[in-house]
Design a protein around this ligand. Structure first.
Ligand code: SF4
Ligand code: SF4
Length: 328
């Protein structure tokens, strides 16, 4: 690995990582590059990574604009704080990368876009059995106390993608991104072998679908009924979708090497829509239209009704990218 692709001041890259509305898995996935991290720190200094060291926002704010060569932003944008930090890191970074499914498409947290802010507050602050909140209070952005006014970040009505609030140079999909793809992406950035910036180009993935990488046999039979893993034992080696398990492989970008299929689990779609598709759910519905064994509209409706949680299945990781603007 050589440090020749970016503008270095001390011969090393300056990199950052930030965790917004996400679970923390993306931060761990960056560490999953394993011993290769020793190669990384030969060519890069970490100058902002609050999850792993005591970096403060004021550290980033004090850097000159464009100081960081590369900043990975993981998580969606659900609050004024997360949007402010996105704007700050955009200003301080030459290259800003949306890292992981939540930053790219909203991810699992964006499923809450199906509920209003009032409904979410009700569950979290009033109905949660482990919360003692006899006064029934909910967070408010401004609160008067004797010492003055306290301010909390405002909770947005929906989870936004990083590119909804700032220009993004590249996107690395996945929940979380797979370590080998992450390492390839880092090497590309370090060597300068990357596509032009400012286009939210997806990297760390391929131009195929998960089905294209899946080792399971396609027998080209139509789906007769939908079933779930706990209802039967699928035949090993045969396409799960053809056996009635709703596998998102046809509507999901590859990059993981069909990881879940190799563990006998259906793809849940974490790498987002395949190339040339933005809306993963309509992409999957289109694929199913050609695969269902139905001869009448009534039978088609019955089969669709067999799908448990269609929105959560078709948009598990990409609801913020839905053309239907669900929950927005
Ligand atoms: S639908 Fe799923 S199981 Fe079938 S080939 Fe595609 S990825 Fe593999
Ligand atoms: S098989 Fe699907 S859900 Fe599993 S890691 Fe790959 S893209 Fe994600």
């Amino acid at each position: 690995m050589g440090a020749q692709g970016q503008g270095h001041t001390n011969g090393k890259l300056k990199i950052g990582m930030y965790w917004a509305s996400s679970c923390g898995g993306c931060d761990i996935s960056l560490l999953e590059i394993g011993p290769r991290i020793l190669d990384l720190i030969k060519v890069a200094d970490v100058v902002f990574w609050p999850c792993v060291a005591d970096f403060k926002y004021r550290d980033a704010a004090g850097y000159p604009d464009g100081y960081m060569d590369v900043c990975f932003y993981n998580g969606g944008v659900r609050s004024t704080e997360q949007e402010e930090v996105a704007r700050l890191l955009r200003r301080k970074s030459k290259t800003l990368i949306a890292y992981g499914a939540c930053a790219v498409g909203g991810g699992i947290p964006a499923l809450a876009n199906l509920k209003s802010r009032a409904e979410i507050y009700d569950v979290v602050y009033h109905q949660n059995p482990s919360t003692d909140n006899r006064g029934g209070v909910v967070p408010e952005p401004l609160h008067e106390v004797p010492q003055g006014e306290l301010e909390l970040p405002e909770f947005y009505p929906a989870v936004l993608r990083l590119k909804d609030v700032v220009p993004v140079d590249y996107e690395i999909p996945g929940c979380p991104p797979q370590a080998d793809r992450v390492w390839e992406s880092i090497q590309a950035v370090v060597s300068g072998a990357v596509p032009p910036r400012n286009a939210a180009v997806r990297v760390g993935c391929t131009e195929k679908s998960v089905c294209d990488e899946c080792p399971r046999e396609k027998r080209l039979v139509k789906i007769k009924a939908f079933r779930r893993h706990h209802q039967f034992r699928p035949e090993p080696g045969w396409c799960l979708l053809e056996q009635g398990i709703l596998c998102m492989g046809p509507a999901t970008r590859s990059g993981c090497g069909a990881l879940c299929l190799k563990a006998d689990m259906a793809c849940e779609g974490c790498y987002g829509p395949p190339p040339n598709a933005e809306d993963q759910g309509t992409c999957m519905v289109g694929a199913l239209g050609a695969l269902l064994d139905v001869s009448t509209e009534d039978r088609a409706r019955e089969m669709v009704a067999e799908i448990a949680d269609p929105t959560g299945t078709f948009y598990r990781f990409s609801l913020s990218s839905s053309f239907m603007k669900l929950g927005k």
